[in-house]
Ligand binder design. Structure first.
Ligand code: HEC
Length: 117
C-alpha cells in the first residue's frame, strides 16, 4: 500500500515535470521571474507607457486622448492572458497592433507583466 502510494507520487511528479517542459516558458501565463520582469518592464515602458503610463493607470496625455483603459482596473485585471495577448497582437479601437513590432514571446511577456501592475 505504502509502496503504491509512493509510486503514484513519483508518477505524478514526473507528469508535472513533463507538462512544464511541454508548455515551455515563452508563451504561457506562468508567473514572471526577476530577469523576465526587468526585460518585460523595459518592453512595456517602450511600447505601452506612452498611453497606459508607467503605472498602468493611463493617466497620460495620449491615454486621455485615446481613452485608454486603466490596466490596474479589476475588470481589466480579470482578462484572461490569451485575451490580452490577442489585444496586444491585433490592437483594439485606438490601440495599435504590435504584431509587426514585437515577437509572440515578447507579447506574452508583456501580457504577464501587466497582470502585476
Ligand atoms: C496609442 C495608445 C496606446 C498604446 C501605445 C497602447 N495602448 Fe493599450 N489601449 C489603448 C486604448 C485606447 C485602449 C481601449 C481600446 C478599446 O476598448 O477601444 C487600450 C486597451 C488596452 C487593454 C484592455 C483591453 C480590454 O478591453 O480589456 C490592454 C490589456 C492594453 N490596452 C494593453 C496594452 C499594452 C500591453 C500595450 C503595449 C504593448 C498597449 N496597450 C499599448 C491605447 C493604447
Amino acid at each position: 500500500m505504502i509502496q503504491s502510494m509512493k509510486l503514484a507520487l513519483v508518477v505524478a511528479g514526473l507528469a508535472g515535470g513533463i507538462l512544464m517542459i511541454a508548455k515551455g516558458p515563452s508563451t504561457s501565463a506562468a508567473s514572471v521571474g526577476p530577469a523576465e520582469n526587468a526585460a518585460s518592464r523595459t518592453l512595456y515602458r517602450t511600447h505601452c507607457a506612452e498611453c497606459h503610463g508607467n503605472d498602468g493607470r493611463s493617466n497620460t496625455k495620449r491615454g486621455r486622448e485615446t481613452e485608454a483603459n486603466d490596466l490596474t482596473d479589476p475588470g481589466v485585471k480579470a482578462n484572461a492572458h490569451d485575451k490580452n495577448v490577442r489585444i496586444i497582437t491585433n490592437g483594439k479601437g485606438e490601440m495599435p497592433s504590435f504584431k509587426r513590432k514585437l515577437s509572440a514571446a515578447q507579447i506574452a511577456s508583456i501580457a504577464r507583466y501587466i497582470k502585476n501592475l
